[in-house]
Design a protein around this ligand. Sequence first.
Ligand SMILES: Cc1cc2nc3c(=O)[nH]c(=O)nc-3n(C[C@H](O)[C@H](O)[C@H](O)COP(=O)(O)O)c2cc1C
Ligand code: SF4
Ligand code: SF4
Length: 301
Amino acid sequence: MTTLKTMTRREALRNMGLLAAGSFMLTNGFLSSCTQRTDKKRLVFYFTASGNSLYVAKHLSEKPISIPQVLQGDQLEFEADEIGLVFPDYQGKAPSIVQEFAQKVKLKAKYMFSVITYGLDNCLVTELWAEYAKQYNWEFNYINVVLMQDVYLPMFDQDQQRTLYDQKDEEGQIAKVVEDINSRREWIYEISPEAHQRGEMIMNMVSRNPIYPARSEQLLRIDEDLCIGCGTCLNVCPKKCFSYGNRGLTNNGECAYCLACANNCPQKAIKLVNREANPNARYRHPKITLPEIVRSNIQHS
Ligand SMILES: Cc1cc2nc3c(=O)[nH]c(=O)nc-3n(C[C@H](O)[C@H](O)[C@H](O)COP(=O)(O)O)c2cc1C
Ligand code: SF4
Ligand code: SF4
C-alpha cells in the first residue's frame, strides 16, 4: 500500500513537472525570447530572480532581453545606439550569471548604462562592477542603483520587508533613472567616503565567506509534505538545479544563489538549509507575474 502510494506521488511529480515545463516553453518562453531582439536603438539586458530587476528593465525597454536566455542562444554579439544592463546586487557583486554574460558576450554602443537593484546596502557594487566590466572592454557612461525589497532570505523576513515599500519610494527612484538615461546622462553613482569605508569592511567579510559558487543541495531543501509537484522550481531556476528522477523531485546542481526557486514556489516548500529570517514568507515583485519569471529563466535543454 505504501509503495503504491509513493509510486503514484512520484509519477505525479514527474508528469506535472514535465507538463509544466513544456507548456511554458511553448506558450511563453522560447518564442518570445527570440522576438526580443528587434529593438535596435536601445537594448536592455536583465537578470532577475524575484522580479525587481525585471520591473526596472521594463521601464527602460518594451522588450528587455533576458540574460539567461541569451546565454542559451547562438547570438553573442550585439550592437545598438544604447545598451543597458539591469541586475541585482549580490554581496557587492554582479550575480554569477551576469559575470558569465560579461565574459561571453560582446556589446557595442555609443551609450552604455547599468542599473543595479539592491535591498539595504549597495556597498561598493557600482565601483566593483565598473572595474569588472572594464576587463571585457565595457565602459559604462552611466551606473546607478535602485533600492527595492531585499530578497536575501537568510537575513530578511519578506513580510516585514513589505512594510518598508513606501519608505523606499521605488517609483520615484525608477522615474529618476529613466529620466537620466533618456537624456543620456553621464554619471557613475558616487560612493561617499563613509560608505566606502563601510563597504571595504563588508567586502572583506564577504570575501572570507563568499556565497557562491554554491551547491543547491547544500543551500536548499524541499519540504516534501508541502510540495505539490507543480514544476515551478524547475522552470524558474536559471541553472537547472532541479530535476525529476526515480526519487521524485531532486535539487542538485551548481547554484547561482538567486533564490528564484524559494521565492516563486507557490507552496513555500523550498527552505534554506541554514537559518533564514522567516521560512514562511516569500516575495515576488507585485507587478511581475510568475510566467514572466519563467520566460526569463527557463532552461531549454
Ligand atoms: C544572494 C543575494 C545576495 C544579496 N546581497 C545583497 C547585498 O549585499 N546588498 C543589498 O543591498 N542587497 C542584496 N541582496 C538583495 C537584492 O540585491 C535585491 O533584493 C534585488 O532587488 C533582487 O532583485 P531581483 O528581484 O531582480 O532578483 C541580495 C540578494 C541575494 C539573493
Ligand atoms: S518545490 Fe515548490 S515549486 Fe517545486 S514542485 Fe514542489 S511545490 Fe512546485
Ligand atoms: S537552485 Fe534556486 S537559488 Fe540555485 S540557481 Fe536555481 S533557482 Fe537559483
